[in-house]
Design a protein around this ligand. Structure first.
Ligand code: ATP
Ligand code: MG
Length: 443
């Protein structure tokens, strides 16, 4: 009987090892990305998980002859001799002189969008309609490889700081923060809601693990079609107990961002290079109080009507201001008005009109909201009543406070928002693999 040992038999050679095999015949597996036929030879690009490997076909190299079914998007096993190739910048590249192509599968049709060019050249909606195919383009897929790096960095950094990864339920009896932007669902005849944040659960886990984090989808019934809102996005959340001040949370986030950007530089260099990403340099992040930031906006911008929050043009202005004043791509804005923050936010004991909260702006757009939460039972019940909420509806949430919780706080960071601004996209959909918006639930 055959036994499964957990060891894969793989006879292929990864591109990273080509250097050791110059002059030898190796085998690779991949998709035929592009074929350029010349009179008596051909360049065939093989797309592997992360590279494009140049292969050269010529009758001089072997008895193998190209057949008609060697077409773009076919899956193939290619063997050939590794040779060094010339590059314009003098860097070392390797290519294969083809000895044989074994086709593993042949496509039934030509892709609806050209994907073998340097970049996809079609409208965003066409790109999104054909996502399973357009994501094969090296630049498109590099976006999501980098996105993987961001969440990996977030996870690795928090794990190194003693955080426990959690998964909170996404189907809930009550909407976490209520409001108009929760999706309702019929649940065996009862109305339930899709989670718009893991807020109440991550707080509940602070007395259990002290520090917790979650990277998971959240759902927001955003009624407008904007370039920065999705109806389902990945929220990177953490919550930490025994904080001395809400600045502990900002320090933790700053540490995480530094780690993430180093990781991208070191382990995602091919994608960083391909997409020409400007990785931000962080030594420290400047902070400004909401009130002071608002004063700056009022001085510089006209027609400010909302004194309680920022409009997008104010955030953009503050982003530019932080760059000019501190050469920083990031800016923490702190002490938002109590009226504008959720019920669980801790008010500043020195001025209850404002909260111990913050937003982080990256290149002039909000990517994070966070702050200290109320841990005292009576204080939380009072605040709920003041806001016209019924504490009885939050009985299980309030167990956290009732049975003792340490001072704590946390944040939520939108993965697609961060990716979007890191890559300089004008629309968050470019940073979303399969976006869900008011007009799109497919593919
Ligand atoms: P905004 O004011 O931009 O609508 P928000 O203040 O309502 O966002 P929060 O509840 O503070 O959002 O969410 C925390 C983070 O999650 C935001 O800073 C942002 O990065 C991200 N985020 C929020 N809503 C969305 C959305 N609809 N689509 C994508 N990302 C979002
Ligand atoms: Mg916010």
């Amino acid at each position: 009987m055959e036994e499964i040992t957990g060891v894969l038999q793989d006879s292929t050679t990864p591109y990273s090892e080509f250097k050791k095999h110059v002059g030898e015949v190796v085998t690779i597996k991949g998709a035929i990305h592009n074929i350029r036929l010349m009179s008596d030879f051909a360049f065939i690009l093989i797309r592997t998980a992360r590279e494009l490997i140049q292969c050269v076909y010529s009758t001089e190299f072997s008895d193998y002859r190209l057949t008609e079914d060697v077409v773009e998007q076919a899956s193939a096993k290619v063997s050939g001799k590794v040779v060094t190739s010339e590059t314009r910048d003098g860097s070392e590249r390797y290519e294969l002189q083809i000895h044989n192509i074994e086709l593993l599968s042949v496509p039934a049709a030509i892709p609806p969008v050209v994907i073998s060019k340097k970049q996809i050249n079609c409208e965003l909606s066409v790109n999104l309609d054909n996502r399973p195919v357009t994501l094969r383009n090296p630049k498109e897929r590099a976006v999501f490889k980098l996105q993987e790096g961001i969440q990996r960095g977030f996870r690795e950094y928090l794990q190194s700081q003693g955080f426990t990864e959690i998964h909170s339920p996404k189907i809930n009896f009550a909407g976490a923060e209520g409001g108009t932007n929760v999706f309702k669902l019929d649940y065996f005849g009862k109305t339930v809601y899709l989670a718009q944040s893991p807020q109440l659960y991550k707080q509940a886990l602070v007395p259990v693990y002290e520090r917790v984090f979650e990277i998971a989808p959240v759902f927001r019934a955003e009624h407008h079609d904007t370039s920065r809102h999705l109806n389902e996005y990945i929220s990177m959340d953490f919550e930490m107990g025994f904080i001395e001040s809400f600045t502990d949370i900002m320090n933790m986030e700053t540490g995480a961002l530094k780690y993430i950007f180093e990781l991208l530089k070191n382990e995602y260099a091919p994608e960083v290079e391909l997409l020409k990403v400007e990785i931000p340099q962080i030594t420290s992040i400047p902070c400004i109080r909401f009130k002071d930031a608002k004063e700056l906006c009022v001085k510089k911008l006209k027609n400010i009507t909302d004194m309680k929050d920022f409009e997008p043009d104010e955030e953009a202005f503050l982003g530019k201001w932080a760059k000019q004043q501190f050469n920083s791509d990031f800016l923490f804005v702190t002490h938002y008005l109590s009226k504008k923050r959720p019920f669980y936010t801790m008010d500043d004991p020195e001025d209850p009109e404002v909260t111990l909260s913050f937003d982080l702006l990256f290149r002039g757009i909000e990517i994070t909201s966070g702050g200290q939460r109320i841990h005292d039972y009576n204080m939380q019940v009072e605040k709920m009543k003041r806001l016209g909420m019924n504490p009885e509806e939050f009985e299980t949430y309030l167990m956290l406070h009732k049975y003792g919780a340490p001072p704590h706080g946390g944040l939520g960071l939108g993965l697609e928002r961060l990716t979007m601004h890191l890559l300089g996209f004008k629309n968050v959909r470019y940073a979303t693999m399969f976006p869900r918006d008011i007009n799109r639930v497919s593919p």
